[in-house]
Structures are given as structure tokens and as C-alpha cells.
Design a protein around this ligand. Sequence first.
Ligand SMILES: [Zn+2]
Ligand SMILES: [Zn+2]
Length: 261
Amino acid sequence: MSISAVKIRLVGIVQGVGFRPFVYRLATRLGLRGYVVNRGGAEVEIFVEGDDDKINRFMMLLEREKPPPALFEEIFIERSSPLNLRDFRILKSVYDRSRRSMIPPDVAICEECTREIKDPSSRFYRYYWNSCAWCGPRFSMIYRTPYDRENTSMRKYLLCEKCRHDYEDPDNIRRFHAEGISCPICGVRTYLYDNRGRKIDLREDLVNFISKEILKGSIVAIKEAGGYHIAALASREDLCGEVFKIDLSEYRGPYMTPPRP
Ligand SMILES: [Zn+2]
Ligand SMILES: [Zn+2]
């Protein structure tokens, strides 16, 4: 059994898709030491040291078990000398621009996040901005790469105690180092305005209310991270009620056009 080390550079969709936490879990599962780091552009660097056979297994599983949205365009592998590291770590991102930038795409909400929104016992119950390492806006809210929270429009939302705990917990598959997470305590608020710009105070659940309004014939503009959705009852052409607008003006990604006066 010999100890060796390799440095791997991966280029592609490897940021904003839960890739670093995945590498962390894979390496620690195999008992390998080293680090993973986001580099500027669209690159992740991995260094692993340990038994030869474990490193080979790591390389094989890196491709086979990677998160579904991840995509490798280029892979560079070089032999390296062991650094005698004690454990495996996710290092702070490095800002170099050696390679072209590839901004991670927005990923539609996953089944787990949807389940939490519908679950009265979940702390994300009825929190429509729920997201995790596997889903959520990326392209719409990123200011620059690498994909870290401070480079996105989520930087103004400081994580609450529970979200911070989830973010730092390696066993939390969906929230460990998930840059865009938030909850009803620390996250984005949702507001409802009528077609004259007057804020509507609701006692009932907003989505329930909006659903009923759409059925009555209202047209609703839903402003979210990447633009507006226009929601209307397609089956009733004759109906065109009051226009409601959900304004999320505090949530503004770099690609959103500024609101008209
Ligand atoms: Zn999710
Ligand atoms: Zn929170």
C-alpha cells in the first residue's frame, strides 16, 4: 500500500450545483485527505492524498456519483507529492481568472424543497424561496464567479442560527455549503400589491389567496429572482379582473431590469 497524491482541476458546471460538499463527502467517506476549492471562472481544484487504490476509487466515483446538474468539460489530472495533511477541507474560494467564466444555470425547485414547503412540521413550511444545493436560482442572482454567497444577491441575507448550523453540517446533504439557502426567519419576504401599487395585508396564505384570485379572473405578475411570471386563467378569455402584482423589490439580481417609475 503506497501513499500518493493527485491534483485534479475540473472545468465546466462545477459551481453552484453542490459540487464541493459532494467532493468533501466522497473524500471523507474514502478516508482521503486534502482539499477542494472553487477557483474563479468555472473551475474547481481538488487535491487528494492517501492510498493509491482509494484515490483510484475516488476518481471513478467523482464522475459516477456527481450531483445531477454538474457537467465536466475538461479534466486535468497531475501527480503530486503528499502534503501530509490531517483531514479533508473545503477551502475559501480563490479569485483567479485563468479560465473563461461559466455561470451556473438556474435549476428548478427539487422534490425535497417542494416537500418541505408543503410540510407543516418543517421550518420551511410555506416558504416559497426555499432552495438547496441541488436547486434554486444561480444565473439570475450571481454578480461574479466563483459562486459563493457573497457574490450573489443573497449576500444581504445573513443566515440565522438554524440555517448557519445546516450550512456548516457535513451530514446535511442538501444544505451543507449550499450558497443560496434561506428560511422564513432570515430570508426573502414576499409582498402583494394591487394594480394601483397599494400594499395588501393578507391574513391568509398568499398562494391560496392568489390561486383564488386567478380563478376569479385576476391577472397576477409574480416577480421572482429571474424576472416576472404572468399568471392568468387561460381557459376564461372573457375574465380580466383586477391585476395583482407581487413586488419583491428587495430581491434584485444583476440581470433584472430596474423597475419603471
Ligand atoms: Zn432543493
Ligand atoms: Zn434561516
